[in-house]
Design a protein around this ligand. Structure first.
Ligand code: IMP
Length: 200
């Protein structure tokens, strides 16, 4: 029986809080510039066309909000929530839907907005699901891509940053539901028990 992992997070026993060290990997400034360029690229591919953003809860929320404002033109959005199952940092490949989309995507130009592409199993599940619903176009934008962790044969059409195989938080991404509000993307590392330390 697989255990539910809300997020693929560093291994910590329940109730245990270790010292967490955060190191800025990608500053908010760099994120802003990259998101602006991604939006330009997307708009070039879909000029004068309504774009329906589908955000994968909850990690994509800040990315989607910034991307939507940079896109301009006619933009709508909807959200889906899924859980992947596994132990600690490993995935079994089992994905379960918690909340489906509110509206049909049939005939629409859909852009799936994901925070991070890791094994790719979540995105694979979503693409199979969405293809069946006959959108006019189905594209994917991810902020971060951990290329070396990939298991499923998927890739994004628009990628913000390729990052190394490190656990990251901030700009929507969490560790145990914390740090989503950090403006920068940071690498989180566990150390001896203590408090959170943020390195400049
Ligand atoms: P995948 O199915 O393995 O590609 O996992 C995608 C999901 O795992 C993401 O949407 C995140 O919620 C979570 N995830 C993977 N890596 C990280 C990370 O480094 N930090 C926070 N969440 C992560």
């Amino acid at each position: 029986m697989p255990t539910k992992a809300t997020k693929r997070s560093p291994r910590v026993k329940p109730g245990q809080r270790e010292e967490e060290t955060l190191r800025v990997l990608i500053s908010h400034q760099r994120i802003r510039e990259r998101v602006r360029h991604m939006a330009e690229e997307i708009r070039r591919d879909f000029p004068n066309e309504p774009i329906h953003l589908v955000g994968v809860l909850k990690g994509s929320v800040l990315f989607l909000a910034d991307l939507a404002r940079e896109l301009g033109g006619e933009v709508s959005f909807d959200f889906i929530s899924v859980s992947s199952y596994g132990n600690g940092m490993d995935s079994t490949g089992e994905v379960k839907m918690n909340k489906d989309l509110d509206v049909s995507i049939e005939g629409r130009s859909v852009l799936v907005v994901e925070d991070i592409l890791d094994t790719g199993l979540t995105l694979k599940y979503l693409l199979v699901l969405f293809e069946e619903r006959k959108p006019k176009h189905l594209r994917v934008a991810v902020l971060l891509d951990k290329v070396e962790r990939r298991i499923a044969d998927v890739k994004a059409d628009y990628t913000g940053f390729v990052i190394p195989n490190e656990f990251v938080v901030g700009y929507g991404l969490d560790y145990d539901e914390r740090y989503r509000n950090l403006p920068d993307v940071c690498v989180v590392r566990l150390g001896p028990r203590g408090k959170t330390k943020i390195e400049a």
